[in-house]
Write a protein that binds this ligand. Structure first.
Ligand code: NAD
Length: 257
């Protein structure tokens, strides 16, 4: 991974950092010398990420957070500031998958669950993070989109709709704050091998659901969490200083077919 010297000593908050892409990215920020606030709804998973960071010589704290709860989202930002003095970077990554089914067969519980975490979670998180960044004079935010933020995916309409909304929030907030030193972008992964994909297979009841998905990635494989972390670090670093309101696709070519 390239070294971004400016990330050393920066304070980076990662939501959903107990697993998958969030954990990889939290570890990558710590590897650059950033002080990492590991946030997750699952305390065991979050504490494990902190342990992995500390074993590798990095600095991190865990703050249990449900990103759908306004008070908890504010509390994690407050904790970042009380522990490390500021908040320079936020990666709003927490998310859930859904069962694959056409829209008319999906329940409104699925809608509530997916939109609460993806959309309300990113909305609440950005609001609290931006308020702190304005007090300090700047910062960078990366929101978790998906290939399904830019194309429809059969059977995943609710999930895809929520990720399209994340892109809309990203673009609007990026314009609101571009002149105030806060750069806001999104990352758009294709299918990445994480526990979320294991859960997707479990909901489908068969691994065969993955065959067409793998085949649909022009590069001929699914991705690794570390490959997404690379893109997030770049977006959070000064290397992307003129990049505003974009979604950087890390999808093996899925969305350009
Ligand atoms: N894996 C993929 O193929 C893929 C592709 C595109 C986008 N994404 C997105 O990447 C993000 C991370 O996914 P992943 O694949 O690493 O999944 P994962 O299941 O491995 O990790 C998700 C983490 O989010 C946490 N989380 C769930 N609900 C939460 C809540 N309400 N508050 C706080 N934390 C919560 C979970 O505890 C878990 O640790 C998600 O937003 C997902 O939609 C994943």
């Amino acid at each position: 991974m390239p070294q971004y010297s400016e990330l050393g000593g920066k304070v980076a908050l990662v939501t959903g950092a107990g697993s998958g892409i969030g954990r990889s990215t939290a570890m990558a920020f710590a590897g650059q010398g950033a002080h990492v606030v590991v946030s997750d709804i699952n305390p065991d998973a979050g504490e494990e990420t902190v342990k992995l960071i500390q074993e590798a010589g990095g600095q991190a704290i865990f703050v249990k957070t449900d990103v759908t709860k306004e008070g908890e989202v504010q509390a994690v930002v407050d904790q970042a500031v009380s522990t490390f003095g500021r908040l320079d970077i936020a990666f709003n990554n927490a998310g859930l998958t859904q069962n694959s089914a056409p829209l008319a067969e999906q329940s409104s519980d699925t809608y509530d669950e997916i939109f609460d975490v993806s959309v309300r979670g990113v909305w609440l998180s950005m609001r609290a993070e931006i308020a702190q960044m304005l007090r300090q004079g700047g910062g960078t935010i990366v929101n978790m989109g998906s290939m399904s933020a830019v194309v429809g995916i059969p059977g995943l309409t609710t999930y895809s709709g929520s990720k399209h909304a994340v892109l809309g929030l990203t673009r609007g907030a990026a314009l609101d704050y571009a002149r105030q030193g806060i750069r806001i972008n999104a990352v758009g992964p294709g299918t990445i091998d994480t526990p979320m994909i294991d859960r997707f297979v479990e909901l489908a009841g068969s691994d065969s659901v993955m065959e067409p998905i793998r085949a649909a990635h022009p590069i001929g494989r699914t991705g690794k969490p570390e490959e997404v972390a690379e893109a997030v670090l770049w977006l959070a670093s000064d290397a992307s200083s003129f990049v505003v309101g974009q979604i950087l696709m890390v999808d093996g070519g899925y969305s350009v077919q």
